[in-house]
Design a protein around this ligand. Structure first.
Ligand code: AMP
Length: 137
């Protein structure tokens, strides 16, 4: 059982921002910014790949509202929403969660991407795999 399941069952406290039948939003205990909020499904799944469409829709429905609230708390209009899946991708708590992180020059996420252009033929090969995966579900 993850620590977020214990927050959901009430055995650990949280600073609750919002709750409905499918989701809970609460302040991150180690925030990157004022208003840094975690939005989680009540369904206990480790990664977004395992999440039901119903829970995913529940998260999607509330994200804009929670994000507006987090930005209001920080007094900013910019933010990042990030979601880690798997320890290798930086996930520490194995219960799906979306980080809503207000951004200013003083606080928030620092983007460290190292992009490169698609190689010749690469997109076609990737699409062949992805379209087959999407279509078989
Ligand atoms: P991640 O690295 O994406 O798994 O993020 C886990 C997040 O959960 C971190 O930002 C932690 O600060 C946060 N966290 C862990 N325990 C708690 C807790 N009891 N209440 C609120 N946030 C927590």
């Amino acid at each position: 059982m993850s620590i977020f399941s214990r927050i959901l069952d009430g055995s650990i406290p949280c600073h609750r921002v919002y709750e409905d039948d499918l989701t809970l939003a609460f302040l991150d205990i180690n925030p990157l910014a004022p208003g840094h909020t975690l939005v989680i499904p009540k369904e206990a799944q480790a990664t977004v790949m395992d999440l039901s469409e119903k829970s995913a829709a529940g998260i999607g429905r509330v994200l804009p509202r929670i994000t507006r609230a987090a930005c209001a708390a920080a007094g900013v209009q910019e933010c990042n929403i990030i979601q880690n899946n798997g320890a290798g991708a930086g996930q520490e708590v194995m219960h799906v969660h979306f980080h809503v992180i207000p951004k200013s020059s003083e606080f928030g996420l620092r983007k460290q991407w190292t992009p490169r252009p698609l190689a010749d033929g690469e997109a076609e090969e990737i699409l062949r795999i992805m379209q087959a995966s999407v279509e078989q579900e």
